[in-house]
Structure formats: structure tokens, C-alpha cells
Design a protein around this ligand. Structure first.
Ligand code: NAD
Length: 736
């Protein structure tokens, strides 16, 4: 029989090599069709007496990314549809549906013939669960091999036997660590954890896998053998008595109870290890069915998988523009940002000319790249040769004429209109026709800067975040006159450096900084009210934010906050800022010399390492302090998320952001907006716009008019709309 996604070759020893190679896809993923074919392959290999065993591998450079999450997403609509038809039976139908993969893998495991998974590259999620159901697992020693059960990162968990098999192969603590963090394992680490049997040179992978079968591999999983005991002896042992009472507390410390899937992993392992394997699978299936009904799972899959991919693949790229393969990029300004922008560009294989006021400054910028390369080589993430090749692509210079053959120039000079004007003119004097000029400004509107340009259609903003080499988001800002070609070139560039773009219309603070400063300003309000700084920071983390607002303000620099407040007053008048904020910030900067982390003094004190930062005790003396029991932490959490979400809603209302996917993905990648919500707008959609409006009205009564719901929100609440329904990114009014 011919299969679409698999080929089968049986050798003279009777070993069938099943190769998974989906046509037209760069990576193998589980779809309904793949599962049908795998089911048929199991039947066919069992029925064929000439076949002694099966080696399962991939025809791609990676093994597989696991389940197609669009398929998982469709389970949500399946459940909603079923619930509408027959509420009582919907959960049972979802239970049966999610059990399909579990059943298929169990069938493989108990088919009576030995299967060996030959893991040749990245092996994630469902693909590793399939491998775990095989009787043998051999992994290539190639660096590209990464093994993980990363489902928790998108709000679900390994639901095709993963929680049961991993916890029966390795100790419970390592199993929990692996699955609740979604961490990637090297092949060697996976072997040390007893999750693979052998690690071999890449060219020995298939021979070694076949040899396992020839050596008489038993087609029986350890847990199907009589007398099987889980590593460490299961739940009722002294070692487990150390682990299990603490486990929920540790999880709570790490997740603040915001991630239902992480808790479900704990329950699956704890309950599953006390029962026979098949019952354990049922327990897992039951919790998976529950998790699939949560708003968190739905929103996380949508934003952190589907939207992220769509934006990365150019969802906002204008139609009809040919793809630009950048032959050379210029970066002007080799300072903090420019040096790193040059590095990430060269890392993507693109030659860069790095310009500063003199050669020495340009070379200093290149030395930042040298430091990053040294670090990467030291950590084994880059070979010495690749590092040298990367650096050879960065040419420092003080001569603008070296930009005459650049396709794109990114400006990262001082945040000063006059300095930028001079640079724009100097660059345009040599830039070839059709090349694009991008500014990395963080506060100056692009349309204003473009007034200095003779070719405003080729002028655009490409706003990076620090540290550039780590932050995955880039804001692409359209000036009033920016043309489609400039947008296409900017998006092609962002795709080349493997970052995710969001396309934003020009406004003060663009999208990310507008939201970030709302977060920080809410913390200023709380400080002024007398909320202890520790409570402010902890409440933000409990709400799901990765960094407290005061720590974040220290990172971005408090003097920058002061500069922005002053610029806002200068441009928009006194009323545009809260005078109490101005007083707080200028007091810290000008009165106390506390500029943030860079001066080792901000909201925190930063003693020399290894001592850790701690909140500045003087904060207590700035405002009369409230007692902890006078403060409702739930309200503090709500205030942080609501003020950011409201700002995100305002950017939609003003047409600054036009696609909810961008607000959601931008808020998570840009400043870590509570990922379990799926992003700032999904947070609103998740609770329902009506509930959000009512929450804002309540908050506005006590905490200020900035919480007042906007006209758009009230209208949406009245009509029962969602952001994904009203601003449907797919142009169909179906998705809600
Ligand atoms: P920086 O002071 O570290 O670097 C600026 C560099 O520009 C310096 O090396 C300086 O010598 C050079 N320069 C100044 N005038 C020049 C000229 N006429 N020709 C060539 N080079 C010149 O500043 P930075 O923090 O890297 O910021 C640069 C830009 O990036 C600013 O517009 C800033 O708003 C923006 N930005 C900064 C951050 C951040 O976190 N620092 C984040 C996003 C965007």
C-alpha cells in the first residue's frame, strides 16, 4: 500500500524501515491523516509475517515537531459545537477525541512486534510520545537533536501517554521538571534520564536501531512486564515523601497557579503512578479533556503557536511585493543597540557595514559582536569557524560612502532629532535608489523623522528591543508616507534575522512602550498610595508578569522615564502627565541620583555580585505605608493586567494596531504580558468584554479615570463582541 506521508522499505533481515516524510512540509507533524496512515502501517506490519520488527525514523533533518496545533485548536471548536448541540454529552465526545492518539500509540506498543524509534533531529511533543511507545529508542549524537515535551508552553500538556511513560522511565522529580517546564534535552541528557536507550553517531543511527531488533528486543514495554516498579519505587517510598508534599508548593511558587496544564501534569504523574498503566492513561486523558476546556489553553495555543507562526511567516506582508534577499545591510550608530543589531544581522548571514562617527567607535561596536561570539563558542552554541565567519561579515567604517550598495540601512544613533536629521541626509546622499532607510528610534514619531527624508515612501521604523540578541520581537512602524515596498523589505529583513514582527502605525511610544509605561505608572500609583514595594513587585509576578514593574523600570532606566515625562509635558502640556509621577521620578533621579540598574541604584539597590539586588529601603519613607492586611492583592493583580489591556484596546481603537494577533503576540514577546492569558487582548476576550468593562468601571471608581472603559469597549460589550470577532484577522466573521 502507498502512503502519502510515509515510505516503507523492508530489508533482507525482515526489518521494515518506516520513514516519515510529509510532502510539501519542512517539518513532520501529526495530523488526522498521519494518524490514519500510522494506524494502517501498524496493521500492515503486524499482518506481514515476513516483517520481524520496525525502525521508525524521519526523512527530514528534524524528526518531528509533534502534533499540528491547528488540529488541537480545532478540538476547541469541536467541543463548542458539540456543547451547543448536546451539552450533556460534549465532554464525553471530547474525551473520546483526545484519546485517539493515546489509543494509537498504545496499539503500537502492544502490537507484538518490536518497534525502534531512530531520532535523527528535533523530536518534540507527540513525536517523542510516539517514540516513548516504541520498545527501543536510539538518538543521533548530532547537536541538532533536541528532545522535549514542550506542550506546557502553549497551555496544554503531554496527553498521548507522555506523563505516564516518562514517569515510569525516569524518577518522578526529573519527569516533573521536564514536563512542567517544557525544557529541551540533549540526546546525552535524555539517555542519562533513561528516556533513550542509545546515543550513536548520526551515520550509525539506522544500523544501531536495526541491531536492537536483531539482538532480540522484546516487543513489551517495561510497565507491561509482571512485577514492574516505577523508578524510585513509586509514590509510597521515603524518597517520594520528600518530593510530593513539596511539589505543589514549588509549582505554585513558579506559576502562581496561573497554568492549569502545569498542575494537571502533577496530578497525572501522582495519580497515574498509583494505578496500572492503562488506568494511568485514562487519568491523563481525563485531565487533558479538562485542560482543553480552559480559556488558558485556547488563548495560549492561538497566540503562542498559531499567531506567532502566522506573523513570522509574513501575515502582514503587503501582497504583490517581490521578496528581497538582502545582500548588504548598513547600521549607523555602533552604540548599545547598533552593535547588537549588526551582530544579529551578521548572524543571519547578511554582510553588514557598521558606521559610527569615527573608525574607533565603529570598531568598538564590532567588539560587542566579538564578545557575543566568544560567549556562544564557549557554550558550544557556535563552532569557532562559524563564529569567525559571522564576524567577518561585520565591516566597521566611518565612511558613509560604504553604504552605496546597501539594500537597507538601520539608524541607531543618539535619540536626538538633529543628530538623526544629519544622519538621514548623509545616508540618503549615498544610498542607491530603492534602498530602504529604517530608524530604530524608540520615542520619536517616524512621520516626523521622515520629514528629513527626500524619499519618505522608503522610510520606516524598525524598533528593536534590548537585549537585541535575545528579544524575539521587532516593531515595524509605518510613517504616514511609508510605502508597501519599504514595509515588505523591513518584514523580509525581520524574517531573515528570525524575529517576529508586529506592524504598528505611528504614535508616541508605538505599541509596546505605550503598554509598558502603563504597567510602570500603575506601580507609581501604588507606591504613592502607600502599597509596600515588595507587595507591588510580588503582586505583578503573581499576575503572571515575568519582571516586577519597579525592577523593569530600573532596567529601562528611571532617568529615561523622567526624560519621557518631560518630553510629554513639552509636547502635550502639563495635563498629559500625572504631577505625582513627575515628583516621584524627578525625586529619585535628581534628588537621590537613583537612575536605575545602570547606576547600581534605582527602586532596587544593586550591590556587587554575587550579592543580589534588594528593594531600596528608602522607598518606605517616600509615602505613608499601608499595612499589608489593608491591601487586596487580587485587586493589585487586576490593576496591572487591566491597565495594560486597556492601553492595548486603545491602540486598536485608534488604529495604531489593526490586528489583534499583533497586540497579543507583541504584548507577550515585548514585555512578557502574563502568557497564560494569550496576550493583552485575549485577556479581555477571555473574560468577556462585558466583564472587562465592568471590572474597569469598578477600578475607575477607586483608582482613577485612566481605568474608565473606552467607547469601543462599551460598544463591544453592548454587542457581545470579541476582539477576534470584531477585528477578525482572517477576514471571516467566524472566528471569535
Ligand atoms: P548609544 O548612545 O549607545 O549609541 C548611539 C551611537 O550612535 C554611539 O555609538 C554614537 O557614537 C553614534 N552616533 C552618534 N551620532 C552619530 C553620527 N552622526 N554618525 C554616526 N554615529 C553616530 O544609544 P543606543 O542606546 O544604542 O540608542 C540608539 C537608538 O536606539 C536611539 O534612537 C534609541 O532611542 C534607540 N533604542 C534604544 C533602546 C535601548 O534599550 N537603549 C531600545 C530601542 C531603541
Amino acid at each position: 500500500m502507498a502512503y502519502t506521508n510515509f515510505t516503507i522499505e523492508t530489508d533482507t533481515d525482515g526489518i521494515a524501515l518506516v520513514t516519515w516524510d510529509m510532502p510539501g512540509k519542512s517539518m513532520n507533524v501529526f495530523t488526522a491523516e498521519v494518524m490514519d496512515e500510522l494506524n494502517a502501517i501498524i496493521d500492515a506490519t503486524v499482518a506481514d509475517a515476513a516483517i520481524k520488527g520496525v525502525v521508525f525514523t524521519s526523512g527530514k533533518s528534524s524528526f518531528s515537531g509533534g502534533a499540528d496545533l491547528s488540529m488541537i485548536k480545532s478540538m476547541f471548536s469541536f467541543y463548542q459545537d458539540e456543547k451547543a448541540k448536546e451539552p450533556a454529552g460534549a465532554a464525553q465526545k471530547l474525551f473520546d477525541l483526545v484519546g485517539r492518539m493515546t489509543g494509537l500509540f498504545r496499539k503500537l506498543e502492544t502490537c507484538g512486534k518490536p518497534w525502534v524509534s531512530a531520532i535523527n533531529g528535533t523530536c518534540m511533543g507527540g513525536a517523542f510520545e510516539l517514540s516513548l511507545a516504541c520498545h527501543g529508542r536510539v538518538a543521533s549524537s548530532a547537536k541538532s537533536v533536541k528532545i522535549a515535551l514542550p506542550e506546557v508552553k502553549v497551555g496544554i500538556f503531554p496527553g498521548a501517554g507522555g506523563t505516564q511513560r516518562v514517569s515510569r522511565l525516569t524518577d518522578a522529580q526529573s519527569a516533573l521538571q521536564m514536563m512542567t517546564t517544557g525544557q529541551s534535552l540533549t540526546a546525552v541528557r535524555a539517555k542519562a534520564m533513561n528516556l533513550v536507550h542509545q546515543v550513536v553517531e548520526p551515520d550509525q543511527l539506522i544500523p544501531a536501531a536495526k541491531q536492537m531488533i536483531k539482538d532480540g528486543l522484546k516487543p513489551v514495554a517495561p510497565w507491561d512486564e509482571k512485577g514492574f516498579k516505577a523508578p524510585g519505587g513509586g509514590i509510597w517510598t521515603p524518597a517520594s515523601a520528600q518530593l510530593w508534599p513539596a511539589a505543589p508548593a514549588i509549582l505554585r511558587r513558579e506559576t502562581s497557579g496561573n497554568y492549569p496544564a502545569a498542575l494537571a501534569i502533577l496530578k497525572c504523574v501522582y495519580e497515574g503512578l498509583q494505578v496500572p498503566f492503562d488506568t494511568g492513561l485514562k487519568i491523563e486523558q481525563r485531565y487533558f479533556t479538562q485542560v482543553l476546556q480552559t480559556t488558558e489553553a485556547y488563548s495560549m495555543i492561538r497566540s503562542l503557536f498559531i499567531s506567532l507562526q502566522e506573523l513570522g511567516k509574513g501575515a502582514r506582508r503587503p501582497a504583490g511585493q517581490p521578496k528581497t534577499v538582502l545582500k548588504k545591510v548598513g547600521v549607523v550608530g555602533a552604540g548599545f543597540m547598533g552593535a547588537s543589531i549588526a551582530y544579529v544581522t551578521a548572524a543571519a548571514g547578511i554582510p553588514v557595514t557598521l558606521i559610527d562617527r569615527d573608525t574607533e567607535a565603529a570598531e568598538k561596536g564590532k567588539s560587542v559582536g566579538e564578545g557575543l561570539v566568544k560567549d556562544a563558542v564557549g557554550k558550544g552554541r557556535l563552532t569557532y569557524e562559524d563564529g569567525a565567519a559571522l564576524l567577518s561579515r561585520i565591516t566597521p567604517s566611518a565612511d558613509y560612502a560604504d553604504l552605496r550598495d546597501a539594500d537597507l540601512v538601520i539608524e541607531a544613533v543618539f535619540e536626538d532629532r538633529e543628530v538623526k536629521k544629519a544622519v538621514i541626509e548623509a545616508v540618503e546622499a549615498v544610498l542607491p535608489a530603492g534602498a530602504v532607510f529604517a530608524s530604530n528610534t524608540s520615542t520619536l514619531p517616524i512621520s516626523g523623522l521622515a520629514k528629513n527624508s527626500k524619499r519618505p515612501a522608503d522610510f520606516i521604523g524598525v524598533h528593536f528591543f534590548s537585549p537585541v540578541e535575545k528579544m524575539m520581537l521587532t516593531e515595524v512602524i509605518l510613517g504616514k508616507e511609508t510605502g508597501d515596498r519599504a514595509l515588505a523589505v523591513a518584514l523580509d529583513y525581520v524574517a531573515a534575522i528570525k524575529k517576529t514582527p508586529i506592524v504598528v502605525n505611528d504614535t508616541r511610544g508605538f505599541f509596546v512602550n505605550r503598554c509598558v509605561f502603563r504597567y510602570i505608572h500603575e506601580a507609581y500609583d501604588m507606591l504613592i498610595e502607600g502599597v509596600p514595594a515588595t507587595m507591588i513587585e510580588n503582586a505583578a509576578k503573581m499576575a503572571g508578569m515575568p519582571v516586577g514593574p519597579l525592577a523593569l523600570n530600573d532596567e529601562v532606566a528611571i532617568d529615561l522615564s523622567l526624560k519621557i515625562l518631560k518630553a510629554t509635558v513639552a509636547d502635550l502640556g502639563e495635563k498629559a502627565v500625572d504631577p505625582r509621577h513627575m515628583q516621584l521620578v524627578s525625586g529619585l533621579v535628581e534628588g537621590e541620583g537613583r537612575l536605575g540598574r545602570k547606576s547600581a541604584k534605582g527602586f532596587y539597590d544593586y550591590p556587587p555580585k554575587p550579592a543580589k539586588k534588594s528593594l531600596w529601603p528608602g522607598l518606605k519613607d517616600l509615602y505613608p505605608q499601608k499595612k499589608a492586611d489593608e491591601i487586596d492583592v487580587t485587586v493589585l493583580k487586576q490593576r496591572f493586567l487591566a491597565t495594560i489591556a486597556l492601553e492595548a484596546a486603545r491602540t486598536m481603537e485608534e488604529g495604531i494596531v489593526t490586528d489583534p494577533r499583533e497586540a497579543d503576540v507583541g504584548s507577550i514577546l515585548g514585555f512578557g504580558f502574563a502568557p497564560y492569558t494569550g496576550g493583552a487582548l485575549s485577556y479581555i476576550d477571555g473574560m468577556g468584554v462585558k466583564a472587562f468593562v465592568s471590572l474597569c468601571e469598578t477600578l475607575a471608581k477607586t483608582y482613577g479615570a485612566h481605568f474608565a472603559p473606552t467607547a469601543l469597549l462599551k460598544d463591544m460589550a453592548a454587542k457581545g463582541e470579541t476582539f477576534y470577532g470584531r477585528f477578525d484577522p482572517y477576514g471571516v466573521k467566524a472566528a471569535a
